[in-house]
Design a protein around this ligand. Structure first.
Ligand SMILES: O=P(O)(O)OC[C@H]1O[C@H](O[C@H]2O[C@H](CO)[C@@H](O)[C@H](O)[C@H]2O)[C@H](O)[C@@H](O)[C@@H]1O
Length: 388
């Protein structure tokens, strides 16, 4: 990892999402793309959108990227209740489901592949375990969701990998049964394992968690902390006159929210953030859902965090392990990609709007995520089912 050189603020543009899913081991792919049938003539084309994670926000397209970063949720009618063929959005959504089948309707298929394997579960927080809300400080998880996550963590090694600071996401979730990675994977508390320390000798320190248990603390961007703190203050200062703008301290990232800013002022938000970043060539900018995220230029992302956690859990490169990653955000694409490219496991995209993804399956919203978690528990806790 090269922390010394003077990179430009935006590193690379990741390759666009692979056109086909032929790279995935056929046994990992859904047998059929959907159990549903569609009336003749309903196959519409979904416009391909670039889902590069590290988009070049210096280009003239950054305002467009800000605008498209979180389309308003669409109300999709449920198949079981029928849907009107004139409803173009619904039609496009169901066509999209052919490519990214629902993890609920494909549950038996997924479990068929999971037979004899140990599932490891990774989840994003915002938009996956809690619904997207206007105020980031109020993205609370429901008690039912908390119970479902707690239960699933009793049966499977489970981790949350969030863009939030690790402390903040722990505050929201409040469960000690899980592993937590904050700052898009740049701040991980994982189990103690020598091999992880051997691979990343300079980034791991032995520590104790809130329960006094010995853990490995992995912070590959530790040396950026003073710089990020400085930038955080500048961002707060330079956006304070923009009504609705909010800067969130995510420890190794600073996030500038514009969800509550009048759309006419979005370019102003973008401009101010870019101006600050000009002085920091070792920081870069990425887009989230109505949020601009400033982070260190290091070769680390949620995909690498998944690999790190699998390694720490002694589950990496094991044929009998099936990692499942559930997430809704662009940053989750890195994790989907790692699972897909290594034929390792399944990415499940949480989205009610069609979009291109490296995930294999989809779920519509956090309530479907909860249903999926409950199904996992039922599958595991029902011995008869596990024997089949
Ligand atoms: O990786 P995640 O756990 O999904 O975190 C990504 C960002 O999520 C939060 O922002 C998003 O959710 C907010 C609450 O629903 C919403 O108000 C905001 O518009 C979304 O962008 C969080 O506040 C960010 O710091 C995270 O980076």
């Amino acid at each position: 990892m090269d922390l010394k050189s003077n990179h430009t603020p935006v590193l690379t543009d990741t390759a666009p999402v692979t056109k086909s899913r032929l790279g995935v081991h056929s046994s990992l792919l859904p047998y059929s793309h959907s159990g549903a049938t569609f009336p003749h003539g309903m196959l519409l084309t979904i416009p391909r959108k670039k889902t590069g994670i590290l988009e070049d926000v210096r280009s003239s397209g950054w305002l467009d990227a800000m605008k498209s970063s979180s389309p308003p949720p669409k109300k999709i009618k449920d198949l079981s209740h029928g849907f009107a063929s004139s409803d173009a959005d619904t039609t496009v959504y169901f066509n999209w489901l052919l490519k990214y089948p629902s993890a609920l309707t494909s549950f038996d298929q997924i479990m068929n592949y999971a037979k004899g394997k140990r599932i490891a579960l990774f989840m994003d927080y915002d938009g996956t375990l809690s619904p997207i809300v206007d105020n980031p400080d109020c993205a609370f998880m429901s008690d039912n969701m908390r119970a479902a996550v707690k239960k699933v963590a009793e049966y499977f090694p489970t981790a949350i990998i969030s863009g939030r600071s690790r402390d903040k996401v722990y505050e929201f979730v409040g469960l000690t049964e899980l592993y937590y990675a904050g700052s898009h994977g740049m701040d991980i508390i994982g189990p103690v394992r020598q091999s992880a320390s051997d691979i990343h000798p300079n980034c791991i320190i032995r520590s104790t968690d809130k329960q006094g248990k010995e853990v490995n603390l992995f912070q590959p961007a530790a040396e950026f902390l003073p710089m990020i703190n400085e930038v955080f203050k500048s961002l707060v200062e330079c956006t304070k006159d923009i009504k609705g703008a909010k800067v969130e301290d995510n420890k190794f990232c600073a996030s500038v929210h514009y969800r509550n800013v009048d759309e006419k002022s979005w370019d102003l938000v973008g401009q101010r953030v870019h101006d600050v970043l000009k002085g920091y060539p070792r920081l870069r900018l990425t887009h989230g859902r109505k949020v601009l995220e400033v982070r260190p230029v290091i070769n680390w992302d949620k995909g690498k965090a998944v690999t790190f956690l699998l390694e720490s859990l002694g589950l990496n490169n094991c044929d009998d392990v099936l990692p499942i990653y559930i997430g809704d955000d662009r940053t989750d694409e890195d994790a989907f990609k790692v699972l897909k490219e290594g034929n390792k496991g399944y990415g499940i995209l949480v989205s009610s709007a069609p979009k291109d993804s490296n995930a294999i399956y989809s779920l519509r919203d956090p309530s479907e995520v909860m249903e999926f978690l409950k199904s996992l528990v039922l599958w595991k806790s029902c011995p008869l089912k596990s024997l089949i």
